[in-house]
Design a protein around this ligand. Structure first.
Ligand code: NAG
Ligand code: NAG
Ligand code: NAG
Ligand code: NAG
Ligand code: NAG
Length: 663
């Protein structure tokens, strides 16, 4: 009598499956082994269609039945093939893993479905899906921690509303510039300074400017030290400038200021700041302010401001810092006459606006100086992809335009030897077919979904399965990195290289990656740290936007020249491309709305599975930019009640093509 096996008391029927299933199982196992041998999804190469076809035709197994016997059990083999590499192969025989839990603020909506991501230190992987178990969730590096930088602002009492708004715009410029450099700029006010010491200082009846300086320090101390800057102190250097990198590290062994920047910036640990304040307040001079009025006024004028000069010894003075510019009254009076003349008169508000324009132009100039090789619009597969590059070219043209400024020939205060922008010698602006590895060049790339790219590259109106298996895989990524990485690297290597370019902190300051399907771009001024010129001279000469404006605007650079060695496309073919791009957007947007079994969705999925690495690159770039946007928006939401917020500065959000609209 056969042994009756039981499980939890229930009799268990162990029957061998029919022979044809046994064969199928054998085949599947062998097939997976083959996939492994070629290096499953994580390895260098996904088996090609030919390899799989050969494996099916000639499995090197004498006892395996003829292909025709198996065929019935592997329905429609060739058309299903694109899906095969996508199987998380090692998981087939083990229990399914749990999806990693959702993290806070890790989704964004878009016309192409929700964009989700997971921040993980192990983001250097070929396929996010292996970790997230969700094809729409990309693994991104953890958000870089932004060290706070504080400034203190209190509008003068009885100040004209317009002047306050103009000052808010200057503070907004300050916030953007520091945000772009990787900081979290925070604007403090008198409420942040309040406490017993605040009242003590108030009772001393100091001069307003000396009192203000004390309040700044008090507000800063309550935040626990760190960096305190004036809102006219801006980072005026490239991302990896030693001073700015030092500040970003957030470790300050000594309470310090910077030579020649007066009280423009201080940094130090909490305890050092507290001690300094205590010592300054205890200074004998402050016990009878009216009697020591002149002495105090003299101290307040010395470098570093009143608090520092009441100490028995100066704080440390950093002598080598060259990355910061402080636009205080002295600097403006001495160097920027046009602005000074407006500021020191009834035209104060206009003066503040011109100062904002001047600072913006200097930030833009520094960007141009840090990228002397100009702007490169990366356009892999240039023959049929012109329609993909419109947004990138628009941004590139404005970046290469000479900045609008009241004093176009002036230099930032910390870079007196700068080379002012010359409209007759514009920054190089080129279309390049492959990505270049240079920190002197700013690259703007447009990442297409493989469906979009397939339509455009093969000039097709639609994609069917039979066509797909003739298409080359991961075309975009290969073309992008062809020159830089050579022909012999795997797609895995290429996609990791790409992710690094998009996301690593330093490299990200030399390139911008857009996705081709998005029609609007947001937050550019937070990414660059300055406003791109929004108007241009109507002719070849510099001009002013209006008769009595002091602002000088420059002509808009022309479109970049075509890619070398590639014939310019005819207008009618470009129109066709635009139609195809629209079509692709349509299909992708439908596909996310459609049910799982819908044909549109299946079609898109097939293209994605055929181009696993291109898809991964697209998802990564998309999630990275969505997260950057979310981070920015969240933070603006938190800060909107404070000075320098977009709301207080009267900056409109929403509406318009280059608006905050994300979809
Ligand atoms: C998520 O967003 C909310 C506001 O939308 C914010 O208060 C919170 O700090 C954010 N969390 C993280 C982890 O960023
Ligand atoms: C103020 O402006 C008026 C006319 O706009 C000018 O005549 C005068 O010199 C200016 N004063 C100063 C101090 O710049
Ligand atoms: C890019 O350039 C940097 C510095 O010049 C170099 O260290 C790096 O190896 C280069 N990367 C590639 C992929 O060529
Ligand atoms: C790439 O591989 C081919 C064939 O293996 C070899 O001939 C060629 O030199 C390699 N190229 C590079 C740049 O390594
Ligand atoms: C570029 O400048 C033009 C005007 O010259 C403006 O209409 C457009 O909005 C600007 N684009 C960006 C991205 O700033």
């Amino acid at each position: 009598m056969p042994v009756q096996r039981t499980l939890l008391g229930q009799p268990l029927a162990l029957r061998m499956p029919p022979r044809r299933f046994q064969l199928l199982v054998v085949f599947v196992v062998l097939f997976i082994a083959t996939v492994y041998a070629f290096g499953a999804p994580s390895a260098d190469s996904i088996p090609t269609y030919e390899q799989v076809k050969d494996a099916v035709k000639d499995p090197h197994l004498p006892e395996l039945p003829a292909l025709s016997d198996i065929k019935d059990h592997i329905p429609k083999l060739p058309t299903e093939l694109p899906e095969l590499p996508n199987l998380p192969v090692p998981d087939i025989f083990s229990p399914p893993a749990h999806k990693p839990p959702d993290q806070a603020n890790s989704t964004a909506s878009s016309s192409y479905g929700a964009i989700r991501w997971l921040a993980d230190f192990k983001w250097h992987i070929g396929f996010s899906q292996k970790v997230t178990l969700d094809e729409n969730r990309a693994v991104l590096p953890p958000l870089a921690i932004r060290p706070p930088i504080y400034t203190y602002y209190e509008p003068k009492s009885k100040q004209d509303k317009k002047a306050t708004q103009a000052e808010n715009r200057l503070i907004l410029a300050w916030r953007r510039a520091w945000w772009a450099q990787g900081f979290k700029p925070i604007v403090l006010n008198h409420k942040d300074a309040m406490g017993p010491q605040y009242e003590m200082v108030q009772r001393m009846k100091l001069e307003p400017s000396a009192e203000l300086e004390f309040f700044r320090w008090l507000a800063w101390a309550k935040q626990g030290g760190g960096i305190l800057a004036n809102w006219l102190t801006l980072p005026m250097a490239q991302f990896d400038n030693p001073m700015i990198s030092f500040l970003r590290r957030g470790e300050f062994p000594k309470l310090s200021r910077v030579e020649s920047l007066q009280n423009g910036i201080f940094f130090g640990e909490s305890a050092a700041v507290d001690n300094a304040i205590q010592e300054a307040i205890n200074n004998k001079l402050l016990q009878d302010v009216p009697a020591n009025k002149d002495k105090i006024a003299k101290l307040a004028l010395q470098d570093g401001g009143i608090v520092v000069n009441l100490l028995s010894a100066d704080v440390a003075v950093d002598k080598k810092a060259n990355g910061l510019a402080y636009y205080n009254t002295d600097v403006v009076n001495n160097k920027y006459k046009t602005v000074r003349d407006k500021l020191s008169n009834t035209t104060h508000v206009e003066g503040l606006e011109l100062l904002a324009d001047l600072i913006n132009s200097h930030l833009h100039l520094v960007f141009q100086e840090t990228h002397p090789d100009g702007i490169a619009i990366v356009k892999p597969l240039p023959e049929h992809t012109t329609a993909l590059t419109y947004n990138a070219i628009e941004i590139g043209r404005n970046l290469t335009q000479c900045p609008s400024s009241p004093m176009p020939n002036s230099c930032p205060p910390n870079r007196q030897k700068c080379k002012p922008c010359n409209p007759n010698k514009p920054l190089p602006f080129n279309l390049v077919p492959t990505f270049k590895n240079s920190t002197k060049l700013y690259s703007i790339g447009v990442v297409p979904h493989p469906y979009t790219l397939t339509l455009l590259h093969y000039t097709r109106e639609d994609i069917d399965e039979n066509f797909l298996i003739e298409a080359e895989r991961d075309l975009w990524l290969k073309a992008l990195t062809k020159e830089l990485l050579g022909p012999n690297h795997s797609e895995l290597f290429r996609v990791l290289f790409f992710k690094e370019e998009v996301a690593s902190l330093r490299k990200a300051s030399h390139s911008l990656w857009l996705t081709a399907e998005r029609t609007t771009q947001a937050d550019l001024e937070w990414i660059f740290g300055f406003n791109l010129p929004q108007s241009a001279s109507p002719n070849k000469e510099p001009s002013s936007p209006s008769k009595d404006s002091e602002l000088i605007i420059f002509p808009r650079p022309s479109e970049p020249k075509g890619t070398e060695g590639v014939e310019a496309e005819e207008e009618r073919w470009i129109r066709k491309e635009e139609e195809r791009l629209e079509k692709a957007r349509e299909v992708l947007s439908q596909s996310h709305k459609a049910k799982k079994e819908d044909t549109v969705r299946a079609k898109v999925k097939q293209v994605e599975d055929w181009n696993l690495f291109d898809t991964e690159a697209w998802r990564f770039a998309r999630a990275f930019s969505a997260r950057r946007r979310n981070e920015r928006k969240d933070w603006e939401e938190q800060e909107k009640r404070y000075s320098g917020s977009e709301r207080k500065a009267g900056v409109k959000t929403g509406g318009g093509r280059w608006s905050d609209r994300f979809k």
